[in-house]
Ligand binder design. Structure first.
Ligand code: KG4
Ligand code: ZN
Length: 344
């Protein structure tokens, strides 16, 4: 089964071709970072319009790179949610229409299921069952994955997602959008012992998260430092605050992952979503899983953030399981993952 995947849920246009026998044949990505940078965040209407401009040329480039003809495809998968509604509608309408014109089935994919399955594209994919921590700009979730299509939500953020907290704190520190990777870079020069940020919701039971307080803590720390340093804080102080913030997020995520692994007695942990590209997080999670006698799995860094490959992969599995949309499409800006049961 050979599937074209289309991802347009936010600010990246991603396309890919996955073949269930031959693996990933090609993928291409157009990032809108420059388009949104001067606004300090994603402008939904600009995102939709840019997807409209880029998605078809990117698909043409993909066929060219893969040396593949459209006639060899067996299906089309597009991200149907969650995400920005206008952006989702671009990928969904293009995906559904192409599938109709080629006379092949189409399937709508859940963006977070795509992230969750992204490590399956690696040479050593994680074995089922596993615990997955999805850490992106819009979601922070712990999910028990029994097998493909069987997901149980164990816990999630009650307010900001981890990536959102990275982005908002980066903005406070005067870093350009998208802030997460920039903050991580700055933190590398920071002294971890100068400031200590709280580890929210770690000293009570449960697997939920809350990250909105950390950004307020960062603001207060920044304002206090500004007072002490006469109005303009030094580069070192900014790096120290970035480091303390990153340590707090990493520690909090690690504590909840360890709790989930112990609670479920599943010793395979998958990290996915944009924040799982964070080097410090990977290093600390690897150490923790070693101690627990298990192992952690991640997508390659370029497949941690949004991409078409994960949608092509997840769509291929859904089509193989017999799913397909009728001759219509819909998108769901909000979409709980528990609703994704595969009948077997
Ligand atoms: O999965 P993703 O590309 O998009 C969503 O589905 O949200 O995740 C993007 C998020 C952004 O908040 C970005 O700042 C964060 O992932 N991110 C990082 C790193 N790389 C991306 N956060 C911390 N450290 C990184 N290295
Ligand atoms: Zn994403």
């Amino acid at each position: 089964m050979r599937v074209l995947g289309i991802e347009t849920s936010c600010d990246e246009t991603g396309v890919a071709i996955f073949d269930s026998k031959e693996g990933l044949l090609a993928h291409a990505l157009h990032s809108q970072v420059e388009l949104h940078a001067s606004y300090g965040g994603v402008v939904p209407e600009l995102a939709s319009r840019d997807h409209v401009r880029k998605v078809l040329p990117l698909i043409q480039q993909l066929f060219h790179d893969a040396g593949v003809e459209a006639s060899s495809l067996d299906g089309v998968a597009y991200t149907a949610g969650p995400g920005l509604v206008g952006a989702l509608l671009v990928g969904a309408s293009v995906g559904r229409s192409l599938a109709w014109s080629w006379g092949i089935p189409a399937v709508g994919v859940h963006h977070m299921e795509g992230h969750l399955l992204a490590p399956m594209l690696e040479n050593e994919p994680p074995p089922f069952p596993f615990v997955a921590m999805l850490v992106s700009g819009g979601h922070t979730q712990l999910v028990e994955v029994a097998r493909f299509g069987h997901y149980q939500l164990l816990g999630e953020s009650l307010d900001d997602a981890a990536g959102e907290a990275f982005d908002k704190t980066a903005k406070l520190l005067g870093l350009p959008y998208p802030g997460g990777p920039e903050l991580a870079k700055l933190a590398e020069q920071g002294d971890p012992s100068r400031y200590r940020f709280p580890r929210p919701m770690t000293n009570r039971p449960g697997l939920d998260f809350s990250f909105s307080g950390l950004k307020t803590f960062a603001l207060n720390t920044l304002q206090e430092a500004e007072k002490q340093e006469g109005g303009v804080i030094s580069q070192q102080t900014r790096a120290d605050i970035a480091r303390a913030f990153e340590e707090a997020v990493v520690d909090t995520l690690l504590i909840k992952c360890r709790r989930a692994v112990r609670q479920t007695n599943i010793k395979t942990l998958v990290l996915a979503g944009g924040v799982s590209a964070n080097r410090r997080l990977r290093q600390r999670i690897d150490e923790m899983m070693n101690k627990e006698g298990g192992a952690a799995y991640y997508p390659r860094p370029e497949f941690c953030t949004d991409n078409g490959a994960m949608i092509a992969y997840a769509g291929c599995q859904r089509l193989l399981a017999g799913e397909a949309e009728a001759l219509r499409f819909s998108v769901q800006p909000r979409w709980p993952m528990d609703a994704l049961v595969i009948d077997d």
